[in-house]
Design a binder for this molecule. Structure first.
Ligand code: ASP
Length: 448
């Protein structure tokens, strides 16, 4: 793995833009002869080995989860802290660098417009898929409501207008300190445009931002190299604390939700990758493997963002697109969360014996799309927003308490879908932009 470090940190962003993938995350071939076996394995393989070992160790420690919490969890926490530390400067500087390199407000608008449209449509698809699976597979079947009283305090969700107002920060530093990604994105875009507008005078600061963006990428690549330890430290305590006894009554819910989520990846993402990016879905999924493994272990879209940027760029997606589309996606595009909300809404309706009309299910689609936009990319936030979806059709909010016990298990998969959806859209938008540029260049050549 030390060799991975050398190769990865010396690679320039341009290499990745050309689709070059010397080794590591995408598992592309590299000269392996003469290396010991553990250096021959790619980082992807290491992440999966760590995931499997973490699960095995977690199962072994189910009788004594405090051991996992005391001695293993800190490694996961340290790793996640390092990622969180780098994610704000990484997003800030790479978006500024991206906006400045686009040098054209129209181009930023075109990428932004396509991205938001893709995000909204895939999320609406996702929640519909969740509703179909939950209805067809009768997700609440066989579940016995516990006899004790259920209580769940729903936190008041912000109104739609507040959500919009909150996108715009009133302070430069606060969003960075709180890692409020949407506000960080707004600051980066505003400063990027400011630099374009200032023209020549902005040259020194543009150079600094470009250089800081490269520094952040180099740091992030270093952190990613120890990802297998982080993955092990994250997954082991989760498995140790979620014994089969907790899972058993809700096993069917987990199966239905997981199937719908896998379907979203296999059908929807593979479909758009084939149709819009004209890329082999297998190549895409292979490139995304480390991202999925890390999202599964960490249950945090924002935490997975640096790895997602790295892997997506390695698949040939340009830096301008990844640096804008992926941070936006990690904040507003939550397809896995939308599926979870759809499945859970039907589950709660069925166990409370409430029939939902088609109209009510349509309301669920609309609110789940909004709720997933408002969901922060951190563990457990989708469950808080579930209350809002339930309220929209008059389902008992206490129902959240029923699914809370297995939330982490559901969160791992929904986060995996969330980040894969971001990468799929980034890949499509990038391919469409490149085709557009090629068409324009052809036209211009003809006209000349
Ligand atoms: N943990 C998810 C994410 O980070 C959000 C959720 O709880 O649904 O994407």
């Amino acid at each position: 793995m030390a060799d991975d470090a050398t190769l990865q940190t010396t690679r320039t962003p341009d290499d990745t833009e050309n689709g070059a993938s010397p080794n590591g995350l995408t598992g592309a071939p590299e000269p392996n002869r003469g290396k010991p076996w553990y250096k021959r394995l790619s980082l992807t393989t290491w992440i999966f080995i760590a995931l499997v070992l973490g699960v095995i160790a977690g199962v072994a420690l189910q009788g004594a989860p405090e051991i996992a919490d005391t001695y293993i969890k800190p490694f996961g926490t340290i790793f996640l802290n390092l990622i969180k530390m780098i994610v704000v400067p990484l997003v800030l500087f790479s978006i500024i660098a991206g906006v400045v390199s686009l040098e054209d407000v129209k181009k930023v608008g075109a990428i932004g417009g396509k991205t938001v449209l893709f995000y909204l449509i895939t999320t609406a698809f996702a929640v519909t898929l969740g509703l179909i699976f939950a209805n067809v597979m009768n997700v609440g079947a066989g579940y016995q409501l516990p006899s004790g009283e259920l209580t769940y305090e729903a936190t008041e969700p912000p109104s739609f207008i507040d959500t919009i107002v909150n996108i715009f920060p009133s302070n430069f530093f606060q969003p960075m300190a709180d890692a409020t990604m949407l506000q960080v994105i707004v600051i980066a875009v505003v400063f990027g445009f400011g630099m374009i507008a200032a023209g020549k005078k902005a040259k020194p600061v543009i150079d600094i931002c470009n250089s800081l963006s490269d520094v952040c990428i180099a740091i992030m690549r270093g952190i990613i190299l120890v990802a297998p330890f982080g993955v092990f430290g994250l997954i082991c305590p989760v498995i140790a604390n979620n014994g089969i006894e907790v899972l058993r009554p809700l096993l069917w819910l987990i199966v239905v939700a997981y199937l719908a989520m896998i379907c979203q990846i296999v059908l929807v993402y593979s479909g758009i990758i084939k149709a819009f990016a004209r890329m082999s879905p297998l190549k895409f999924l292979k490139g995304e493997m480390p991202v999925m493994g890390f999202a599964f272990a960490s249950a945090s879209s924002v935490g997975t963002l640096p790895i997602n940027m790295e892997c997506t760029e390695k698949m040939g997606v340009s830096k301008e697109v990844t640096s804008f589309v992926l941070p936006l996606g990690a904040t507003i595009n939550m397809d896995g969360t939308a599926i979870y909300q759809g499945v859970c809404a039907i589950f709660i309706a069925q166990v409370f014996g409430i029939d939902l009309t088609l109209g009510q299910q349509f309301t669920i689609v609309m609110t789940a799309v909004l709720a997933s936009i408002g969901t922060a990319g951190v563990p457990g936030s989708g469950m808080i927003m579930l209350a809002m979806v339930l309220q929209s059709v008059g389902l008992p909010v206490e129902g959240v308490a029923l699914v809370a016990g297995v939330d982490r298990i559901l969160d791992m998969m929904r986060t995996t879908v969330n980040v894969t959806g971001d990468a799929a859209v980034a890949t499509c938008v990038d391919a469409m932009q490149k085709r557009l540029a090629a068409r324009r260049a052809k036209k211009a050549a003809k006209a000349a």
